[in-house]
Design a protein around this ligand. Structure first.
Ligand code: ITT
Length: 191
């Protein structure tokens, strides 16, 4: 079986990525924590490509990376690319978004996820994106998931990501939609 490095340092993201990848014909390995890639891209996809490509090249193995974030319409798309850097903790990041949004009536937002798969020489074999629209609640609800999940409400399920079962979030999320497009191709490449 070919080895695939899951190139993330975010434990919540890692858990979800592994759930999609488990059962495929790849031996999954974690990125060594000391290997940190600077995210200098101007889009989610550019950052996913940077992370996958540099980790693959550094280790000489296939690597998969996810760059994702929350874009809030009334904040002109913030925190967006800076979602991970919007505060020191998940709670701090959530509080900042809620403070900046205040009592704005426009609560629309979306989660975006870009995924890139790199070959051992760093060249890109696959890239894809997924989007999940929703609304930003005024107060956090639920305790599942990670990151901004407690304030991200999906009207069609009347739940936040943090209130959903992990299976439901996995099916409908930005990451789920990106992986749905990627998985058939990833299966083909494993042989
Ligand atoms: P890696 O780069 O090591 O993968 P990171 O946390 O820095 O980890 P990103 O740069 O892609 O990853 O930042 C994504 C941030 O967006 C992440 O830290 C969360 O705060 C948020 N995020 C992404 N997907 C999410 C999800 O499914 N639920 C909640 N928050 C999410």
């Amino acid at each position: 079986m070919k080895t695939l490095i899951v190139a993330t340092s975010n434990p919540g993201k890692l858990q979800e990525m592994q759930e999609y990848l488990i059962g495929l014909n790849w031996t999954l390995k974690l990125k060594p924590p000391e290997l940190e890639i600077e995210e200098t891209g101007k889009t989610f996809l550019e950052n996913a490509i940077l992370k996958a490509s540099q980790v693959a090249k550094a280790l000489g193995e296939w690597a998969i990376a996810d760059d994702s974030g929350l874009a809030v319409e009334a904040l002109n798309g913030a925190p967006g690319l800076y979602s991970a850097r919007y505060g020191d903790t998940d709670q701090g990041r959530i509080e900042r978004v809620l403070r900046e949004l205040g009592d704005n009536n426009n609560r629309r937002g979306k989660f975006v996820c870009a995924i890139a798969l790199a070959r051992p020489d760093g060249s890109i074999a696959l890239e894809t994106e997924g989007i999940c629209p929703g609304e930003i609640l005024a107060t956090p609800q639920g305790s599942q998931g990670f990151g901004y999940d407690p304030i991200f409400y999906v009207p069609s399920y009347q739940q936040t990501f943090a209130q959903m079962t992990p299976e439901l979030k996995r099916d409908i999320s930005h990451r789920g939609q990106a992986f749905a497009k990627l998985l058939p191709k990833l299966k083909e490449l494993s042989v």
